[in-house]
Write a protein that binds this ligand. Structure first.
Ligand code: AHR
Length: 514
């Protein structure tokens, strides 16, 4: 059996988790909107066409903020197509996913859905085929109370009160050649800066996220962030990061090591952002918006998984079926995000329903939880509070993570990957939540945790997520196959906790003051 020691102190904190750290993402992509959150005629649909069974699962999942309407989709989107009387809205070709967009769901429907789901909206503007003018009009449409062309149009459309959207993304993945009208860092920086200026002139209370690199393996990574922030530093509050973890090679050890590269990615972007601040002798700190993250690879590389011929409406694309193994890597990513609570102030699990998603639906049929649903729901429920600096002493292993870019085979060495990955979050009542990932797929791991400054603790709840078969999945017919189960044998003595973690397991222990 492996052994690991973890030491933390109630007073030694990384930072507080911002509620926006627990966000997700709805894009006009495949069956995320149509057949996902919105399906008029479905047996559970409400009078607005929102699936109530999906809403129930969304509430259980616990996202706090929802990014919309894309993604790649937003870079060709005319937001005006999605407002006003539905029968007058145009049907358009979407060049992001080669589908037909009926526009029966748009900005106002999304705002209503956010209210029903109890989440904050996060809007992205099109800085691909469009620019500052369309962006500032959208802010006026959404946030201005009335008495102007765009705000009165909203009122005429039936939404009297402003939507008051606070968080805005300045485009999406503008460094990527797959994006409609992608740009160099100079081109994007200038467009983003001008859009940001006008958007904020309309509503000074909004917060703005500039696009960072669409992945850490992009050829322009690093230089992109530096130049974009050079242009937008005075106007942006956040820089974005995107990561999709993969196991193309069937190399479980490297896959489970890959969240550590998210740690590096975050640290590097923080360094670049602070470098831009340093050049200005500025005390302003640009925060990070990790506004797309997940596991995604099975439905990523082959065109037939991404594109269905004939320009269909809402085809089943990117419907990744998640395994137990994916849930472990995903849980590692949750830990990485929590452990950067000081700078990652917003993050969005990409996406919410059907499309690389924790929730799956059958059109006309039921909805169920994928394996990755569980670590996210637990993180959102128990990850609110002060993240403690947990010092982990654990044996490690070396891995080589393969992360191709286009036709280029790239791999990244990760050395001394700790078998135990940990995040610890304390709450105001003196409780402590431990998130523990045992990355050893063969051996149990005995973790001895010394939680200093807490006094005597007692176990409130302890759960593990594991399965003998790492390829186990949940499905319509077996929706509970991979589900949390009680984690037995947690021994607490004062502030010391000892527990044996099963091989390849994700574990959450909730401790309360005795
Ligand atoms: O989430 C799926 C896609 O991944 C998004 O549309 C895009 O931003 C990213 O490349």
């Amino acid at each position: 059996m492996r052994k690991a020691n973890v030491l933390m102190d109630r007073d030694f904190a990384i930072g507080h988790t911002d509620p926006r750290l627990f966000g997700a993402f709805v894009e006009h992509l495949g069956r995320c909107v149509y057949g996902g959150i919105y399906e008029p005629g479905h047996p559970t649909a409400d009078e607005k066409g929102f699936r109530r069974d999906v809403l129930d699962l969304v509430r259980e999942l616990g996202p706090t903020i929802m990014r919309y309407p894309g993604g790649n989709f937003v870079s060709g989107y005319n937001w005006e197509d999605g407002v006003g009387p539905v029968e007058e809205r145009p049907t358009r070709l979407d060049l992001a996913w080669f589908t037909t967009e009926p526009n029966t769901f748009g900005t106002n429907e999304f705002m209503d859905w956010c209210k029903a789901a109890g989440v904050e909206p996060m809007m992205a503007v099109n800085l691909g085929t469009r620019a500052g003018d369309a962006a500032r009009n959208l802010v006026e449409y959404c946030n201005h109370p009335g008495g102007t062309y765009w705000s009165d149009l909203r009122r005429k459309h039936g939404w009297e009160k402003p939507h008051d959207v606070k968080f805005w993304c300045l485009g999406n993945e503008m460094d990527g050649p797959w994006q409609m009208e992608y740009k160099t860092a100079t081109q994007y920086g200038l467009v983003a800066k001008e859009a940001a200026k006008m958007m904020r002139w309309i509503d000074p209370s909004i917060e703005l996220a500039a696009c960072g690199s669409s992945a850490r393996n992009m050829p322009t990574y690093g230089r992109w962030e530096d130049e974009v922030l050079e242009h937008t530093f005075e106007h942006a509050d956040y820089i974005s990061l995107h990561t999709y973890l993969n196991n193309y090679k069937g190399d479980t050890a490297s896959f489970l090591a890959s969240p550590d590269l998210m740690d590096n990615f975050i640290d590097e972007v923080v360094a670049i952002a602070d470098g831009v601040a340093a050049r200005r002798r500025s005390t302003k700190r640009i925060m990070l918006s990790f506004d797309e993250w997940n596991v995604w690879y099975r439905t990523r590389r082959k065109r037939q998984d991404r594109v269905k011929e004939g320009w269909p409406i809402a085809p089943p694309i990117l419907e990744e079926i998640y395994t137990m193994e994916d849930a472990l890597a995903f849980g590692g990513a949750c830990i990485s995000l929590l452990n950067h609570a000081d700078r990652v102030k917003s993050a969005c699990l990409a996406q919410l329903v059907n499309v690389i998603a924790p929730i799956m639906t059958e059109t006309g049929g039921p909805a169920w939880r994928q394996t990755i649903f569980h670590p996210f729901a637990q993180m959102s429920k128990h990850g609110r509070g002060k993240v403690l600096r947990a010092q982990v002493e654990s044996e490690g292993y070396d891995a080589e993570y393969y992360d191709p870019r286009g036709q280029q085979e790239l791999s990244f060495p990760v050395s001394n990957v700790a078998y135990l990955k940990v995040a610890a979050v304390s709450d105001e009542k003196g409780g402590l939540s431990l998130f523990l990932l045992n990355r050893d797929v063969k051996q149990e791991l005995e973790a001895s945790i010394d939680a200093r400054g807490f006094g005597a603790l007692t176990v409130e709840e302890a759960l593990e997520l594991r399965h003998d078969d790492l390829q186990a999945i949940n499905s319509k017919d077996a929706p509970e196959r991979v589900s949390p189960a009680p984690l037995e044998g947690v021994v607490v003595d004062g502030g010391k906790v000892r527990v044996t973690l099963k091989p390849a397991s994700w574990n959450v222990i909730r401790l309360a003051p005795r």
